[in-house]
Design a protein around this ligand. Sequence first.
Ligand code: SF4
Ligand code: SF4
Length: 174
Amino acid sequence: MITEEIIRNTSQNPNICYQCGKCSAGCPIRNYMDDSPNKIIRYIQLGLYEKALNSDTIWLCAGCLTCSTRCPKEFDLAKFMDALREIALKEGIKVKEKNLLKFHKAFLNQIKKHGRAYELGLVREYKLATGDMMSDVDVAPAMFMKGKIGILPHNIKDRKGMKDIFEKTEVKIK
Ligand code: SF4
Ligand code: SF4
């Protein structure tokens, strides 16, 4: 049962959400999503799992935590979205948004390798995976100048510990 799996993986119960909508009102990505973030919780509350798992909302969520910090019930919606992504992958549900899964994998690979985000590695891996080498190259110089992209990664001390976490928890994609 998916609700139990979410509770087990996140230590949170989606049924505590009373649908006030404060999370969605503050979500910076809301305008690009099919369904509002609180609607995804509602789907789960009603047992409409297919609707939740097939919504592009769970993939467009940037994990920014705005919703989690605003929620009067202290429901960590960002963590909930993570759990849904993981379940969707395990269930073999296709991601509708073009290249989004490639971006997701490229991002997680940086965390696995370096222990934190490494933007240049992310861009390189994503571009190689998609074959889209030229888009956004015009913004690269400004990003370098402003220090938004570093040449070298800033590795955490315990990289082996991070790799172990991934090995124990990584979802095998169907
Ligand atoms: S802010 Fe919290 S209680 Fe309100 S709809 Fe969002 S998750 Fe539910
Ligand atoms: S964590 Fe996701 S759902 Fe929550 S505010 Fe950020 S983008 Fe929106």
